[in-house]
Design a protein around this ligand. Structure first.
Ligand code: MG
Length: 325
């Protein structure tokens, strides 16, 4: 399609780029603000290129930080790059922080919808299908992130993302199940004051806020009617039923190549689950297997991060192949 488009536009002053190389090339251009909304570790190279270019980075690709947060943030500091979170929870934390001092943060409260399988038993989870998992209660998102949301892997990734973005320790993050998806996350300060961001679940708000920051633009989406919502509920997450969350929390504390291994194996596991080749609870089994099997490097270079990703993927394909239904 790119070749055809190039041909059709040949008389115009328009450059057509395509493929991973084209993405890298466009990411390397110095612009006012670059949005990275790629899915998976495919976003890591472009994230590094955007930071290096001196553009402001609006980051929707959490996997960049999950796989190589230490390298991304080191480069961000070196280049004095502005990073604006697009992930709704991180945008909420960013908005709640405002001008408050970083050393007065007690903890970050990361809300989770709980996904389509909240309240299900272990046995029920073994038999859910990709179609069941794709019915997210509040957000309309891509397939990969919807499955990650169902396993709570997404929330685990977001803990790692938050630790890098806001320079906090994993122990300072509290994950709270909030079924209504109205409070998008919050910050608790040392005086026990909690400041959070509320709105209807709609990605247009965090996306626009990243684009207009530090200003706000008018909304082209509906306003939140508190009386209509009536009540907001909160529960602690069940880490036994959703062990991917605990696995990511371990990666958050341990650092190194563990995030890249989890992410690589998870990308394969989600693909196999979507194709109906493995069961829902096999996703954790496969990712945990990869963590146990793959080598661990405490302070990997970018090359070693990509190598850890490849090792995890090949393990996941082999192991996934052996338990195919
Ligand atoms: Mg999110």
């Amino acid at each position: 399609a790119a070749a055809e488009l190039k041909e059709r536009l040949r008389d115009m002053d328009i450059t057509v780029l395509s493929g991973a190389e084209g993405v890298l090339q466009i990411a390397s251009e110095k612009v006012d603000i670059a949005f990275n909304a790629l899915v998976g570790i495919a976003g890591l190279g472009p994230t590094m290129a955007i930071v290096a270019s001196g553009s402001t980075l609006a980051l929707a690709n959490k996997e960049s930080l999950v796989c190589a947060g230490h390298l991304v943030m080191e480069r961000v500091k070196e280049k004095n790059c502005t990073v604006l979170p697009v992930d709704s929870e991180h945008s909420a934390i960013f908005q709640s922080l405002g001008a408050h001092r970083h050393d007065q943060i007690k903890k970050l409260i990361l809300t989770a919808s709980g996904g389509p399988f909240f309240g299900k038993t272990e046995d029920e989870l073994k038999h859910v299908t990709a179609a069941d998992a794709l019915k997210h209660p509040n957000w309309s998102m891509g397939n990969k992130i919807t499955i990650d949301s169902a396993t709570m892997m997404n929330k685990g990734f977001e803990e790692i993302e938050a630790c890098w973005l806001f320079e906090t320790r994993q122990e300072q993050i509290e994950v709270v199940i909030h079924r209504e998806s109205i409070l998008h996350s919050a910050v608790e300060f040392e005086d026990n004051c909690i400041i959070g961001q509320l709105s209807l679940p709609d990605m247009r708000l965090p996306i626009q806020y990243a684009a207009t920051w530090p200003d706000r633009g008018a909304a082209s989406w509906p306003a939140l009617d508190l009386c209509k919502v009536g009540q907001l509920t909160f529960y602690p997450p069940d880490r036994t039923l959703f062990p991917c969350l605990a696995l990511c929390e371990e990666a958050c504390r341990k650092g190194g190549s563990m995030g890249a291994v989890i992410n690589g194996a998870n990308e394969v596991a989600v693909e196999l689950f979507l194709k109906g080749k493995i069961g829902f609870t096999d996703i954790y089994g496969l990712v945990n297997g990869a963590v146990k099997h793959c080598s661990f490097i405490q302070n990997p270079t970018l090359e070693e991060v990509f190598a850890a990703d490849r090792e995890a993927r090949s393990f996941a394909y082999q192991w996934g192949g052996s338990i195919l239904k």
